[in-house]
Design a binder for this molecule. Structure first.
Ligand code: ADP
Length: 221
């Protein structure tokens, strides 16, 4: 029925990226149709995701045969073959699939995907690499860039804000960042207020512009 198809996701390619996407969608109780040309991969994943089918879908007829036109969301998880990734994405656009997430292995691959109508382009390797660089570069324990001008980071507090309250630390004025949460050793994260007292072994959650957070995280270096 219509409702089911609206929430079902078509995942094309069961390599590492596609398999991780399909597996997590399944754990989130989303109906998934996963497609791969490789029969062994299809068999391997057939127990974990709702529907699997073996097909080479570079031809639009093959996509029609598996009912791709009925899906409102598709993930093109084919990276190593740029030609296949581009053909599949273009065919999904032609079939009227409104929401197309496509994995790119390079900047130019991503630009082509965007140009032919992919609604979201993902660069898994580049994004993971940038994240690792952030984690290695300072005191950051975790880093999520939500937009080019906004990030959220988990870190240990620099000396400048230790043994004082957040209002005394004046972080918004001096560093243009906000501490949203803090956790004592062995405790759990709580929302911060102006009265929250920060100590060296606490972990803090900081939000703000990535450049400002980077400067803040590098204070003690
Ligand atoms: P990862 O880097 O995430 O492991 P790959 O690009 O190596 O991803 O894997 C892509 C998967 O997509 C492979 O399992 C391959 O069999 C599948 N694939 C590639 N081209 C097609 C196609 N035309 N139709 C269906 N599946 C395809």
């Amino acid at each position: 029925d219509r409702k089911k198809k609206d929430s079902a996701v078509l995942v094309i390619g069961l390599g590492r990226f596609g398999a991780a996407t399909a597996g997590q969608l399944d754990r989130l109780d989303r109906e998934v149709l996963a497609v791969d040309a490789n029969l062994e991969l299809v068999q391997k994943w057939s127990e974990r995701v709702t529907h699997t089918v073996q097909a080479d879908v570079t031809k639009i007829e093959a996509l029609q045969q598996i009912g791709a036109q009925e899906f409102s969301t598709a993930v093109v998880a084919v990276g190593s073959s740029i030609e296949a990734s581009v053909l599949i994405t273009a065919n999904l656009v032609d079939l009227g699939v409104p929401d197309i997430w496509a994995k790119a292995i390079s900047k130019s691959h991503g630009q082509i995907l965007q140009r032919i109508g992919a609604t979201h382009v993902i660069y898994p390797e580049a994004e993971a690499g940038e994240r690792v660089a952030h984690l290695l570069s300072g005191q950051m324990l975790d880093f999520v860039e939500l937009d080019t001008d906004f990030a959220i980071v988990k870190m240990y507090p620099p000396l400048a804000i230790q043994n004082k309250t957040l209002s005394e630390a004046a972080l918004r004025r001096d560093y243009k960042i906000t501490v949203v949460g803090a956790k004592k050793p062995g405790g759990s994260f709580v929302y911060c207020t102006a009265e929250t007292y920060i100590e060296a072994r606490d972990q803090i959650i900081v939000s703000g512009h990535p450049d400002d957070i980077e400067k803040f995280a590098a204070l003690d270096k």
